[in-house]
Design a protein around this ligand. Structure first.
Ligand SMILES: Cc1ncc(COP(=O)(O)O)c(C=O)c1O
Length: 323
């Protein structure tokens, strides 16, 4: 339990919240499904999702049984523009979900502008998935109503964690009415059929026994990243991301990541019709990028150097001449 408490405090430091405002579940998908329970949507209530988000942030509201009317915030040329969000907002909008940084192409949404549009045009809350940002880019999450993150990306930890942030002011909205025991006020009070009550806010997202092996790894990862410093990582690596983006722009690939400085984080992605072969040949050269559905995704972190990026671009250019 000391480890569990330490992860709550550390996550709070990264999210800008206190330890009490942090809950731990097993993954982002679980967090979003529990969030859906907490929302208790009624027919006609609207949820805005977007096409750059990971499936866990979109699909709870796309199940046939969902009461939500779903509105889609569409990206244009790889970017989510706030002017396209505004017409989707109204008095029935209950929730807007988005990743801070897209798993698909690395686009980082303009958070302040997004939040202020939501506040101006609807009573909706913003649920933000920071999986592709936590540990890689400094976070300024003031005003976000629900924060979720997986634990197997940039914090160098392990699978099996979902870090949930609920600001105290939103505890009532994000109290999960699920069965279980770990999150209940007094689960062993009666062994019968009396009604139960959840603890309020973030802790209500941890419904059963915590995944302690993952929690040890998450603590180690977060402490390591804190020791290096996210600001320092971003300062060191940002020029490499720009260099990678510029290099890819001059190669015959379909670049998926917009190049504006404010929207760049750690990911640069591109498509090519021979992506499978390109991926295999990069791996043979000991260059590890992700490959999925014709898309290759380069993730640049604090352990990368300028020569890693140089080497990647040189090898890729050679492969592209040959495929
Ligand atoms: C933005 C984002 N959210 C969530 C996930 C993972 O979701 P889960 O924690 O439910 O497995 C990923 C990738 O694994 C991701 O890139």
């Amino acid at each position: 339990m000391e480890e569990w408490q330490a992860v709550r405090a550390l996550t709070g430091e990264f999210y800008g919240l206190s330890a009490d405002e942090i809950g731990i579940c097993s993954c982002t998908s679980e967090a979003y499904n529990l969030a859906d329970l907490a929302l208790r949507l009624r027919p006609g209530d609207e949820v805005v999702i977007n096409d750059l988000d990971f499936p866990s942030g979109r699909t709870p509201w796309l199940q046939p049984g969902s009461s939500a009317s779903v509105r889609l915030w569409r990206s244009r040329e790889g970017a989510l523009r706030v002017e396209d969000l505004v017409p989707l907002l109204g008095p029935r909008t209950r929730l807007v979900t988005s990743s801070l940084v897209s798993y698909f192409n690395g686009f980082r949404i303009p958070l302040e502008e997004t939040l202020s549009a939501i506040r101006r045009h609807s009573p909706a809350m913003l649920a933000l998935d920071v999986t592709q940002a936590l540990g890689r880019v400094p976070l300024h999450l003031q005003g976000v109503d629900l924060i979720v993150s997986s634990t197997h990306k940039w914090i160098c930890a392990a699978h099996g964690g979902g870090l949930v942030g609920v600001p105290r002011a939103r505890e009532a909205e994000w109290t999960v009415p699920a069965g279980g025991w770990f999150h209940l006020e007094d689960p062993f009070r009666s062994r019968g059929c009396e009604p139960v009550a959840s603890k309020r806010g973030a802790v209500s997202f941890g419904v059963g026994m915590p995944n302690f092996p993952a929690i040890y790894a998450i603590r180690a990862g977060l402490e390591y990243i804190r020791g290096v410093g996210v600001e320092a990582i971003d300062r060191a690596v940002r020029p490499l991301v720009h260099h990678c983006h510029e290099g890819l722009r001059s190669l015959p690939v379909e670049l998926l990541t917009p190049g504006e400085d404010a929207s760049l984080a750690g990911i640069v992605a591109f498509r090519h019709e021979r992506s499978e072969e390109i991926h295999r040949r990069l791996q043979e050269a000991n260059i590890h990028v992700m490959h999925s559905s014709g898309r290759l995704r380069v993730s640049i972190h604090g352990y990368n150097t300028a020569s890693d990026v140089e080497q990647f671009l040189e090898v890729l250019a050679r492969i592209l001449r040959e495929v």
